[in-house]
Write a protein that binds this ligand. Structure first.
Ligand SMILES: *Cc1c(COP(=O)(O)O)cnc(C)c1O
Length: 403
């Protein structure tokens, strides 16, 4: 979207503001479908935690996507958005058996990632088919906090414990209908990913009557110049052939599933904020905006890079800035950034703000969470109002101990 459109949206809806370009979501979704077009049964389950606005979910429903959920509340959001229970997979980590039972009662596909719960669930509900999340111990990417398939990760049942899974299945009479992995967010190398898929194929052979194999996500999109992005077309070409061969070997047309979040929505979003102050110190120039890590925590939390540009002065002379927030502690969006000259009142645009940005927002410093807008075919739709004071105190109970 061009600078004029974005500026007009800030004028219309206020600052700060999240804007999602739905046409970009559509393009990314179609890229996956096209890359895997030779696979007969393909199911893309959008990972709700990346961006859980109900209007975004409804859009994915219209694309005939399913959803991947990690909490019963995300399941409920999905149902409210119109997804059928059979189009929802629930992949929790460390939640109670009670919550898993509640989700199973809704008719949603359960994906279990530890032996203790598998055994208890199988004992109580031998008739409910269950998918198992396997940890193939593939180290995908370099960031330990983001990659979740390596040896000391808390996610999944170790590939070395498959004999134990089979024992649980025998003892309880339960039915394993799917095999799942999600190795993490940093697939840099398609061959590493394909090595992990071989491990899943081998695991799948251990179970007699599965319906699907879920390869999770890990698709990378570029955040800055020079970043590697997953070559989905190459992955599709290689994995489709292998998957179709495996189905023959297995003797059944299985469904191939993925559950991308970031790949589908990250680049579709941008975050817009006004510059409150430009402050020259002895060492740097700070641009302070009307937002902070309460609205976009990834730079502070993961040291993530979000490209920042000045849409109010796109032809201004480039200078170096530290862009900071208004939260009363270290609150930086990026330091030493080359940006077109920033003046007070300018609007800065943060790229790749469609995934894990609003969903991680909080009310820290008693600030309101911002509005969200989606744009589709040139039309804009407000999909979340900015919060107000009533929202801040809604669940607070005012107890006065002096009375
Ligand atoms: C978060 C998550 C995803 C999505 O990961 P992205 O990196 O956003 O694609 C997929 N599956 C599971 C189980 C997840 O927890």
């Amino acid at each position: 979207m061009n600078n004029e459109i974005l500026t007009a949206l800030v004028e219309k809806y206020g600052s700060p503001l999240y804007v999602y370009n739905v046409n970009k979501i559509e393009t990314q979704f179609q890229r996956i479908c096209t890359a895997f077009s030779t696979v007969k049964n393909l199911k893309i389950n959008y990972a709700v935690k990346a961006n859980s606005n109900i209007s975004i979910l409804k859009y994915f429903n219209s694309l005939k996507a399913g959803i991947d959920t990690v909490s019963i509340q995300e399941v409920q959001l999905g149902l409210a958005a119109g997804f059928k229970p059979e189009d929802i997979i629930y992949t929790p980590n460390g939640v109670s058996l009670h919550e898993i039972e509640k989700v199973a009662e809704l008719g949603v596909q359960i994906n279990i990632d530890n032996l203790s719960i598998l055994e208890q669930f199988g004992y109580h509900y031998p008739k409910v088919p269950v998918c198992v999340r396997i940890n193939p111990h593939i180290m995908a990417g370099g960031n330990r906090n983001i990659s979740v398939g390596h040896i000391d990760s808390k996610f999944g049942i170790s590939i070395h414990q498959v004999p134990h899974i089979k024992r649980v299945v025998e003892n309880t009479g339960m039915h394993i209908n799917g095999i799942h992995m999600h190795t993490g967010s940093d697939i840099l190398d398609i061959d590493v990913f394909l090595a992990a898929t071989e491990i899943l194929f081998n695991t799948a052979k251990e179970f007699k009557n599965i319906d699907f194999i879920d390869f999770g996500s890990g698709f990378k999109v570029p955040y800055k110049e020079g970043d590697i992005s997953t070559n989905i077309e190459e992955l599709g070409e290689k994995l489709s052939i292998r998957f179709n061969d495996f189905c023959k070997e297995y003797g059944k047309n299985l469904t191939l599933m993925f559950e991308p979040g970031k790949f589908l929505v990250s680049d579709a979003g941008c975050f817009l904020a006004n510059v409150n102050v430009v402050k020259q110190t002895t060492s740097t120039v700070f641009a302070g905006i009307d937002s902070g890590f309460n609205h976009l925590i990834r730079p502070m939390f993961y040291d993530s890079y979000h490209h920042i540009h000045n849409i109010s002065n796109p032809n201004g002379r480039e200078r170096y800035y530290s862009v900071v927030g208004y939260i009363c502690e270290t609150d930086s969006f990026g330091s030493n950034r080359r940006i077109n000259e920033i003046r007070e009142g300018d609007i800065l645009c943060f790229n790749n703000a469609g995934a894990y940005c609003f969903t991680m927002a909080s009310n820290y410093n008693s600030r309101y969470r911002p509005a969200e807008v989606m744009v589709y075919n040139g039309k804009d739709y407000l999909i979340r109002k900015q919060e107000n004071f009533d929202d801040l105190i809604r669940n607070q109970i005012s107890v006065d101990l002096s009375k």
